[in-house]
Structure formats: C-alpha cells, structure tokens
Design a protein around this ligand. Structure first.
Ligand code: ADP
Ligand code: ZN
Length: 535
C-alpha cells in the first residue's frame, strides 16, 4: 500500500481527481466539501448512492490530521477501508471484532500521525480512553455516517449512537459532519439536536431517482404479478430484490421462484451469520440472482446493477420504501420498483402501530408515516411527487403550483380514472352491516354479486336486500372498493381474526349520503370470478 502522502492537501479538486479519480463533484458535494474544509459543521441528506462518502473523505484529506468516521456496521467500514487503501489512502477500521494485536497496531499508527482516515464504531469512539487519545491528536474532522441511527424516531435507532453527543462539547473547534439518507423532517431535527448541529447548515441532495420507474398495484395474484415483472425485465443482466413482510415469506417466495427455474435465495435476520454472509456473497456475484429478503437485507448492498425491487407487502413508511427501492438502478440505467399491497396490509400495519408499546408521541409519528405510505399506494396523482414531498423536496411544478407529471411512475404513464364511488361504497358497507360484520371480503362480494353459494344459503343471505345489488361491478372492482374504503379509514379488517370487514365511525357519513367518496377505477381487472379473501 502506498500511503497517501498529502501532496495535494488543501485542494479539494486535486484530491478528487488524483486520489479518487473523478472529474468533478456531483450535486451538492462541492458545497459540503468546501464548507468542511473551511472548518464548518453540518448535516448532509443525500439518498443512497448519492455520493455521501466523498463529502467527508475529501475534506479529511484536505485538512491536517486524521479524519474520524463513525460507522454502525463492521462490514461497511471494512469495505470503505479496503477501497481507500486501494486508492493509496492510509485508512484503518477500529472495532470490536479486531484481534488485539491489530487494534494496537492501528492505535500506534494513529499516534504517529500515519493515518488519514480512521473508521470507528460508535461504542469504541465514545470510550473515555479513546476520547482522551483523540484529545492529543490533530483531528481533521468527525464524520457520523448513517446518522439517523442517533434518532429514536427512526426504525434504526442504536443506543451507542446517543453517546456521540459528547463530540460537540469535547471537540468544539473540530468540524463535525453527519450524513444520512433519511430525510424525514423529525428525524432530521432529532439528529441536529442530538449531535449539536442545530445551528449548522443542512445540505439536502437530490432525492429524485428518475431512472427508477415506480409502480404500486393491489396484490391480486402475487406470483402472476411477479412473473410478469420477471418477463418484462428478462434479458437484462443484473439482480432483483423481493422484499417480504416476514421471514417465512422470504423462504416461501425463494422456493417457488426456484421451482420456476430462477436463481433465488432468502435473507432474513433469523439466519446465522455464516448463512447471511453466504447469501450476500451469492447475491453480489450471481448473474441474474433474486434475493427474497426482509428489510434486514440492506446495508452493504453494493451491486450497482439491481434492475428491480418488488415489495410484496406494504412498507411501514415512505422513508423505508424509498431506501429499499433506492437499491435499484444505482448505475443510472432504467430500473423498476413495484409495490404490491392489500387492504389487509394496511389494517395489519395500523393495528401494529396502535398496539405497539411505544410512547404516544412516537406512535403519532408512526401513524403519520404509515398513512403517508398508504396515500402513496392509493395515489391518483404522481407517486414520485408524493414521495419527494415526504423528503421535504418540492417536485417541479407548473404555473398553478401543480406538480409536473414525472413521466416515470404508473400514475403519470397511465392516469387512473376516478369515479363517484359513493353508491358503490354504500352498497358494500351495508352488505357488511347486514351480514353482521362477521365475514371477509369474498363472502361480502358473493352477496353483492348475487351468488348463491353454500355459505350464502346457510346464512340465508340471499334474502337480504343487498343480495345481488352489485352485479354491475366485477369481483376485482368490488375488492378494489373495499380496499379503498380501508385506505380511507371507513372500513377495518380484523386481521387478528379471520379478516372480517368491520365498518368504522368514518363509514357513517358515507352511509348517510353526507359524504361523497371518489374511488379509482381498478386498472387490473382479472377475468372471471376470483374467490379470495384478499382485499
Ligand atoms: P452513498 O454513501 O451516498 O450511498 P457513495 O458515497 O457510496 O454513496 O457513492 C455512490 C457511488 O457514486 C460510488 O460508486 C462513488 O464512487 C460514486 N460517486 C460519488 N461521487 C462521485 C463523483 N463526484 N464522481 C463520480 N462518481 C462519484
Ligand atoms: Zn409520476
């Protein structure tokens, strides 16, 4: 290894070209770098793949002393260090998995001023012994990567990150740069407060990923829907990811995909470390490999050619969804993100929020996030615009302030038609009430369509006034009405039971005709009746 000799110190452009081999900065990188080189602190919000690393690597090399980088994952640190060493930068990682001799050697190098970048785990950095070592050394800057881990509002809270608040008090003259891909406003404020960055600027990068086509559809027949996507993307080199809501579903999905002849594997937090490593390795090398994973699969995916990401279940927030679909198309080539969801998902997620032991304030936030996600899934306007707004980014708009269609989401490509669904909603809600709120959507649809099934006969539901009043709509359309009523909050699904439909308070004004309700005409209308309790 050729240690970085500091020849270009001080000049970001030189460092960028000579050390990293790039022609120019991207987006807001240059602004951030100049700010930090001049001694400033701040928070960088850039999406995954946005180029956050250079925001601290370049200033660390431009300023005297060592750049100290806090990172939550050993694998991530090791990757970065290996890449830096290849570029001739003296870098090392200090964490708990290191043999003692190795740790001692790194600390020796640190004291001799032989390191330009030191990656360190948060718990290691905040040890008193480590802090007092750093007190004696010239520090170029501190970088806190994955800074959202400091916030309890997020899903990635790490208690070890809380201790990092000490840095601002202990090293008040050293620049501190926090970096994250999570731009949810509350998390952002929390990071700034926790890390003492409240007075420092926030650099918000371009969150739009125009090369990713985003689509959301009701989950009618998930296997057929996934097969369609696979057909449409066949022939393109690269990998795919199927995010599943449970561990069992990752295994089941991988299994049927394999039976289809696909190279599919599963990944979830319940697997042992060896199996996880193996899955990571197979994913990073496979030609057209498909990873069926829970959200545990994420950090450290470095394949630039993930061609598509599918969600089989509703993500819990726009932030999670964005982060997960952002793993597609990092090479800038066209990629796809498909979300499949059902009313059951919405109801289940709502129940989980309500029943979680979280504090009321936290619950309120979780609720808002979930509802924002539901709104995107059910959107009749550009999904990209809705998503970007969740990150505080205003999408381009026309003179009237209406968002300009992005041209690369399903809504913009084929705008759904809306119809006055008040009567349909009334019919469905009254069928639910008249059947005694004890049945799932399949039976309710049978009643509406006037089908004399065994169950209908058994409960004499053919004698109800609502029997057969819904012959004008297809089964799929009725399920669409039910799902949209769930999304609107007028209907609940008893997910802990047998998926019975239960009207809520919000159903009353609709039933009384006091509230009009606009519904999307369902685009996918499978032929023939489909017996399913999926809403
Ligand atoms: P993030 O940490 O924000 O997810 P990275 O720092 O890993 O993103 O950067 C993503 C990719 O973009 C990397 O392959 C990196 O080399 C590349 N990249 C970043 N900045 C530039 C630049 N200015 N010019 C060319 N490539 C860049
Ligand atoms: Zn759009």
């Amino acid at each position: 290894d050729m240690p970085y000799d500091g020849r270009f110190a001080g000049d970001p452009d030189h460092v960028l070209q000579r050390v990293f081999g790039h022609d120019g900065f991207r987006g807001r990188q240059e602004e951030v770098v100049r700010h930090v080189v001049a001694g400033g602190s701040g928070l960088v919000l850039m999406p995954t793949g946005g180029g956050k690393s250079l925001c601290y690597q370049v200033p660390a090399l431009c300023r005297p002393g060592v750049g100290v980088v806090v990172s939550p994952l050993i694998a991530l640190m090791e990757d970065q260090v290996a890449a830096l060493r290849q570029q001739g930068v003296a870098a090392a990682a200090l964490h708990s998995d290191l043999p003692e001799g190795e740790a001692r050697r790194i600390l020796g190098d640190l004291h001799e001023g032989a390191l330009k970048l030191l990656y360190v785990s948060p718990e290691r950095l905040t040890l008193e012994g480590m802090l007092s070592r750093l007190d004696m050394l010239p520090i170029a800057m501190f970088a806190v990567d994955e800074a959202h881990c400091v916030s309890q509002w997020g899903h990635h809270f790490r208690p070890e990150y809380r201790g990092l608040g000490v840095l601002s008090a202990r090293f008040p003259r050293t620049p501190r740069l926090a970096l994250t891909a999570t731009a949810d406003p509350r998390t952002v404020e929390d990071i700034r407060a926790q890390l003492g960055l409240a007075e420092d600027p926030v650099f918000r990068g371009g969150f739009d990923r125009p090369n990713i086509r985003i689509e959301a559809r009701p989950r009618e027949q998930e296997r057929a829907q996934l097969r369609t996507l696979l057909r449409e993307t066949a022939g393109q080199a690269g990998a795919g990811i199927v995010y599943c809501g449970s561990r069992a579903r990752t295994e089941q999905t991988a299994e049927w995909l394999r039976a289809d002849g696909q190279d599919a594997l599963a990944f979830h937090a319940g697997m042992d470390a060896g199996a996880k490593r193996d899955a990571h390795r197979r994913f990073s090398r496979g030609d057209s490999v498909i990873m069926c994973a829970t959200i545990a699969f994420g950090m450290g995916i470095d394949r630039p050619d993930v061609r598509w990401v599918v969600h089989l279940d509703l993500p819990r927030s726009p932030e999670s969804w964005y982060q997960e679909i952002g793993r597609a198309g990092r090479d800038g080539l066209p990629a796809r993100a498909l979300l499949l969801y059902g009313a059951g998902d919405i109801a289940l997620a709502r129940h989980r929020v309500e029943e979680s032991p979280a504090a009321p304030e936290q619950k309120r936030i979780e609720r808002q996030r979930l509802e924002a996600m539901v709104a995107i899934a059910e959107a009749a306007t550009c999904r990209r615009a809705l998503l970007l707004r969740c990150f505080g980014e205003e999408p381009p708009s026309d003179a009237n302030g209406v968002a300009v269609p992005c041209g690369n989401c399903d809504v913009c490509l084929a705008p759904p038609s809306l119809f006055d669904g008040t009567v349909a909603a009334q019919k469905l809600l009254s069928a639910v009430l008249r059947t005694g709120r004890r049945f799932g959507v399949a039976h309710v649809v049978d009643v509406l369509r006037g089908r004399l099934t065994e169950k209908v006969a058994q409960f004499a539901h053919d004698r109800l006034p609502t029997f057969g009043v819904g012959k004008d709509l297809s089964d799929a359309a009725w399920r669409g009405v039910a799902r949209q009523l769930v999304a609107h909050g007028a209907l609940d699904v008893a997910v802990e039971n047998h998926g019975e439909l239960v009207p809520t308070e919000a159903a009353r004004p609709i039933l009384r005709g006091e509230q009009k309700i606009m519904l999307r005409a369902e685009i996918a209308r499978p032929t023939g009746p489909q017996r399913s309790d999926r809403v």
